[in-house]
Design a protein around this ligand. Structure first.
Ligand SMILES: Nc1nc2c(c(=O)[nH]1)N(C=O)[C@@H](CNc1ccc(C(=O)N[C@@H](CCC(=O)O)C(=O)O)cc1)CN2
Ligand SMILES: Nc1ncnc2c1ncn2[C@@H]1O[C@H](COP(=O)(O)OP(=O)(O)OP(=O)(O)O)[C@@H](O)[C@H]1O
Length: 192
């Protein structure tokens, strides 16, 4: 199946989740991610600000930002091309401002963060498979972001289990995930 159909079907499955179920699954995902070992080896973690259909990882961001010596990071869009972005440290969910795509993001005053310093990244998407492949919103935005991070960065895909596909098409630029967390399970794709 082509990526466009995969995106469409995944969105339909997500929209079919009752809000209370989505909320419960989102909380289960958060607790599962929080229990993973990579946090112990991390100082700087890149989060995402959830869109409507994505697991709500905001509690993890707030938790991480509150820990001494740890840095929570969010992407910040640039005024230029839509593919342009920078990374910036945030102290929590306050003082974010709505940027491109109406997603809350760090203000221009938030300190920039070097991609090289990112120890782990939480990655959303529309579909995943067990080999660590994912399909996003078709902008190549996350593939590009992941290509800027060092190989050592732990890449954790965050998905509802209804987003699983048997095998997704793999393209040259696709950046595989090391871990996948759903409300049901934690999948280890590779030890990295
Ligand atoms: N959390 C998150 N941030 C991200 C991405 C993402 O997939 N997830 N992106 C990865 O590419 C980029 C933004 N890409 C986007 C592409 C499409 C829409 C969009 O269609 N928005 C709909 C509402 C969709 C929804 O809430 O589910 C709209 O504006 O109507 C939004 C962002 C950068 N930041
Ligand atoms: N590292 C990259 N640098 C530049 N362009 C890229 C990169 N990765 C992907 N692209 C371009 O982005 C477009 C969309 O790619 P693809 O369909 O794989 O996106 P996606 O996985 O759905 O989205 P995303 O990566 O945002 O989650 C492709 O046409 C591809 O050429």
């Amino acid at each position: 199946m082509d990526k466009k159909s995969i995106r469409l079907l995944s969105k339909q499955r997500l929209d079919a989740l009752a809000p209370s179920l989505r909320e419960a699954q989102s909380q289960a995902i958060v607790e599962r991610v929080r229990s993973l070992g990579f946090w112990q080896n991390s100082l700087t973690v890149l989060f995402y600000y959830p869109l409507r259909r994505e697991p709500d990882v905001r509690p993890l961001l707030v938790w991480w930002a509150s820990l001494p010596g740890r840095t929570a990071v969010l992407p910040r869009s640039s005024p230029g091309a839509s593919s342009q972005f920078s990374l910036a440290a945030v102290r929590g969910l306050e003082r974010l401002e709505v940027g491109r795509w109406k997603i809350p993001e760090p203000t221009p005053l938030a300190p920039s963060v070097d991609p090289e310093s990112i120890d782990a990244v939480l990655v959303p998407g529309l579909a995943f498979d067990r080999s660590g492949m994912r399909v996003g919103r078709g902008m190549g935005w996350y593939d590009r972001l992941l290509s800027f991070l060092p190989p050592r960065t732990v890449r954790v895909g965050i998905f509802f289990s209804v987003q699983e596909w048997p095998a997704l098409p793999k393209e040259a630029w696709d950046e595989p995930l090391g871990w996948i967390v759903t409300e049901k399970e934690t999948i280890v794709v590779s030890q990295s």
